[in-house]
Design a protein around this ligand. Sequence first.
Ligand SMILES: *Cc1c(COP(=O)(O)O)cnc(C)c1O
Length: 237
Amino acid sequence: MIDPEIPTNDLLGQRYQALRKRVRQAEAACGRKSDTHLLAVSKTRTADEIRGLAALGQFRFGENYLQEAEEKIKQLRDLPLEWHFIGRIQSNKTRSIAEHFDWIHSVASLKHARRLSEQRPPHLPPLNICLQVNTSGETSKDGHSPESLSSLLMDYASLPNLQIRGLMTIPAPAEGDSDMAHPFRLLRSLRDRLSSPQLPLETLSMGMSNDLEAAITEGATIIRIGTAIFGPRGYNH
Ligand SMILES: *Cc1c(COP(=O)(O)O)cnc(C)c1O
């Protein structure tokens, strides 16, 4: 869906094409075929910027802040976009998340998952979810510990209006010469261990603008990219 109104030589278009090339190169470097899904992280960006990117063929968008997302989703209803929630979930916001989004990457509590399943409107397909895993030990609070996951999995899987698609992680910033790939390798091995024919976990949501190469090498199926597409964010949140 190339829109002739929007010149592909503008800055957004240039960044987007450069990023796609970077992804293809990373895939080629580790012998993968070109199958990494690109989630454009559009937090703090305007509906017009999203529209511009959609005109270049991007249709998956990730948002962190619910109120901001609701507004943009409303403004962009005329486009066939797929909306992914990647922010921290608050208990009193689960209903709106269940109503507005197609995917949630940041599920880190069974209590939230139960509410999301109960509040998913019946006319919509099951909500796709990834379980967030804390791969950085004490340095990050968000996500289930790798050890706790196997005993929780069947409880998650029993929730009728959720479809568990896989695992997600946000590594703590790498310090010094620490191995950037380590959290990604951990997530992948966890996925390989927990995935089963009854509960296939095909999704590894990992990799952002600074570390997408390491994530792709370790098997990311969805990378979440903001800055490398849209440029630096002004932090208003
Ligand atoms: C903001 C954000 C991203 C994108 O980060 P960039 O460094 O801008 O690519 C990815 N994942 C999550 C969970 C985020 O909050």
